[in-house]
Ligand binder design. Structure first.
Ligand SMILES: Nc1ncnc2c1ncn2[C@@H]1O[C@H](COP(=O)(O)OP(=O)(O)O)[C@@H](O)[C@H]1O
Ligand SMILES: [Mg+2]
Length: 319
């Protein structure tokens, strides 16, 4: 659905996107992650056919973004970072206007506008001026706009930016509903946001790709230690010391008991070790009761920090 090869964009000689290559297969939900200034918006604008690249190539929905930018725009639903909504129009009026710009007309146009308003939960505000809507509703209008011509591919630039936690959850649920019908590339600088939602994550840093993998693979390959939580019921004062002897356990800390017979111990485990089976075997031998044994994988944020700290600086580019 997307095939990007050595894509580079320079603004007045400064490199914003530095020779990136990646693919998105049909049906995938891919998260485009990176801090502000990483090059996410620049890449998405190029892929949506709204901005030329300096060099490299990109195919989107079977079209070349440089030669066929109009066809690309027709096959992509692009939700820009700052959606240029016409604030003095009413919601339905605006969506009909946008649908006509995208080549829909007559009954088909009216039906599609009704469908996307329903899908995005904005039917109730269809007669309101966009100017009078909250940020959350405006984001949904922008999403309805991106969806109205039923594009195979959605490119969403920070769709939850500026929303409150309830609105963020609503957008996330909406994305989940869309996944069966559309391929989605979405960007965010909030790394934990995509941990659940995305099949794959492309991490961008200073215009370069740091990592491209599933969230789970990224978390398990990390070189930093992991935590294993154990909840035990036993009077054994040596429990922590015994757990610490397991190969791969660096340290075992115990949380202060708060009157409960259940003790919460946290094992700091060397990278590459999974000690859960040994913990279970030890508990069985010692006759400890276990009610929780859980490995806490590092977050994408941890992954990003580790990868970014080892990445080489961008030559002659941005600081
Ligand atoms: N129109 C522009 N002119 C000059 N520099 C720009 C322009 N747009 C973005 N940049 C620079 O390119 C880099 C990447 O920006 P952007 O693609 O917006 O990143 P992101 O979306 O990840 O925050 C930033 O350093 C930004 O300052
Ligand atoms: Mg951006």
């Amino acid at each position: 659905m997307i095939d990007v090869h050595k894509l580079t964009k320079q603004y007045a000689g400064r490199t914003a996107v530095d020779g990136i290559s990646f693919k998105v297969e049909p049906g995938e939900i891919v998260g485009f992650l990176g801090p502000n200034g990483a090059g996410k918006t620049t890449t998405m604008r190029i892929l949506s056919g709204f901005m030329p690249a300096t060099s490299g190539s990109a195919q989107v929905a079977g079209f070349d973004v440089f030669r066929d930018s109009l066809k690309v725009r027709g096959s992509v639903g692009y939700m820009p970072e700052m959606a240029p909504l016409y604030v003095d129009m009413k919601v339905k009026e605006y969506l009909r206007f946008r649908a006509e710009l995208k080549g829909l007309s007559g009954r088909t146009m009216r039906r599609r506008v009704g469908e996307v308003m329903e899908l995005c939960g904005i039917t109730d505000v269809r007669r309101r001026l966009i100017d009078n809507l909250s940020k959350g509703y405006r984001q949904r209008v922008a999403l309805a706009d991106a969806l109205v011509h039923d594009p195979k591919l959605l490119i969403l630039d920070e769709p939850t930016n500026g929303l409150d936690p309830v609105q963020i959850r609503q957008v996330r649920e909406l994305l989940r509903d869309l996944r069966s019908r559309h391929t989605v590339l979405l960007s965010t600088h909030i790394l934990h946001e995509v941990e659940q939602a995305c099949d794959r994550v492309v991490m961008l840093h200073r215009g370069r790709i740091l990592a491209d993998d599933t969230p789970k693979n990224l978390a398990t390959q990390l070189k930093t230690s992991t935590l294993v939580h154990v909840e035990l019921e036993t009077a054994d004062k040596e429990a922590a010391a015994k757990l610490e002897k397991i190969n791969g356990v660096r340290k075992c800390n115990e949380e202060a008991a708060n009157g409960s017979p259940w003790r919460h111990l946290m094992l700091r485990v060397e990278p590459g070790f999974d000690v859960r089976e040994e913990v279970q075997a030890l508990a069985a031998t010692e006759g400890w009761k276990v009610r929780e044994l859980h490995r806490e994988l590092p977050s994408l944020e941890d992954v990003f920090v580790e990868l970014a700290s080892t990445a080489e600086p961008l030559k002659g580019g941005l600081s």
